[in-house]
Design a protein around this ligand. Structure first.
Ligand code: RIB
Length: 298
């Protein structure tokens, strides 16, 4: 079982041809409400690709709480450990999409209630997982608690440090896979030579670079995996799709290199449709891709 511990949110998405300056009003082209939250996105990505996934998180007692939970269940995610907190609003993200790329203001709401106490209340379910997927849209003490719990119980951890929050480096040593994008890698490690940095975390640190692919160190050499090109409609959720897909591929017994290729296909398909979860592929869609390799375990 893959346990995704993280945010569950509603995305309020505005598409615009021009991003307003501070104090300015511009006309937008469209407004949509879609399902999001980095954690929920990772869970949906993993479940659509054939993973057995349980979501751990909190929603508010509003309509968005019910809708986001129902959406996870519809996508095949186990929602039994999700807690509803009646007097709180469900997490939300306020997104501007401009030329296919996005800018996000995240308001945690109930995601702030994913506390250590909550995690202790669902510990039996957490310990039934073989993989944890974690990101930074829940409180840092909870992230640290989960990394320690995983370390003590031999649970593998995929940690996507987005959005960036300062974390003690000792915790980074304990995670199995660390997946920052280029900006987060700089915030985390400073402006150092990328190959030298990757060499310090072989087969552990993967830097995702959007249209420029992925870089990591395989234990012998630094590797650059080019991105799989395709039409880009909306990049929202591409990183979450990558993390979820990558973890599913590893959980099925694929090698690190194959898991990266598998996740790259998933990421490239995800940006071809609107919304964080709109383009996330099913396993059948991924198998139909020309770069799919029949020797992969799915
Ligand atoms: O990674 C994309 C997600 O981050 C969006 O779905 C939004 O919820 C934001 O917080």
């Amino acid at each position: 079982m893959i346990g995704v511990i993280g945010s569950i949110s509603t995305d309020f998405v505005v598409t615009t041809n021009r991003v307003p300056k501070q104090g300015e009003t511009v006309y937008g082209q469209a407004f949509e409400t879609t399902f999001g939250g980095k954690g929920a996105n990772q869970a949906v990505a993993a479940a659509r690709l054939g993973g057995r996934v349980q979501m751990f998180g909190c929603v508010g007692g509003d309509q968005f709480g019910q809708e986001t939970k129902a959406n996870l269940a519809r996508n095949g995610v186990d929602v039994t450990a999700i807690k509803t907190i009646e007097d709180t609003t469900t997490g939300s993200a306020h997104i501007t999409v401009f030329e296919g790329d996005n800018a996000i203001v995240y308001v945690p709401g109930a995601n702030q209630e994913v506390t250590v106490d909550y995690l202790k209340s669902v510990e039996a379910d957490l310990l039934a997982c073989t993989y944890f997927v974690i990101q930074n849209e829940i409180p840092m003490p909870s992230i640290q608690y989960l990394i320690d719990l995983a370390d003590a119980h031999d649970i593998k951890v995929t940690y996507d440090p987005a959005p960036f929050i300062e974390i003690d480096k000792a915790y980074l040593e304990k995670v199995d896979y660390l997946l920052p994008n280029e900006t987060e890698a700089k915030e985390m490690f400073g402006d150092q030579d990328v190959d030298a940095l990757l060499g310090q975390y072989p087969a552990q640190l993967l830097i995702t670079m959007g249209g420029d692919g992925i870089r990591y160190h395989d234990g012998e050499v630094a590797v650059h995996v080019p991105a799989i090109k395709g039409e880009v409609v909306d990049t929202t959720g591409a990183g979450d799709t990558f993390s979820g897909a990558f973890t599913v591929a590893l959980s099925k017994g694929n090698s690190l290199a194959d898991a990266i290729q598998f996740a790259s296909i998933a990421g490239s398909l995800s940006v071809q449709k609107f919304g964080a979860q709109g383009g996330m592929p099913t396993i059948d869609a991924l198998k139909a891709h020309e770069k799919f390799n029949d020797s992969w375990q799915v």
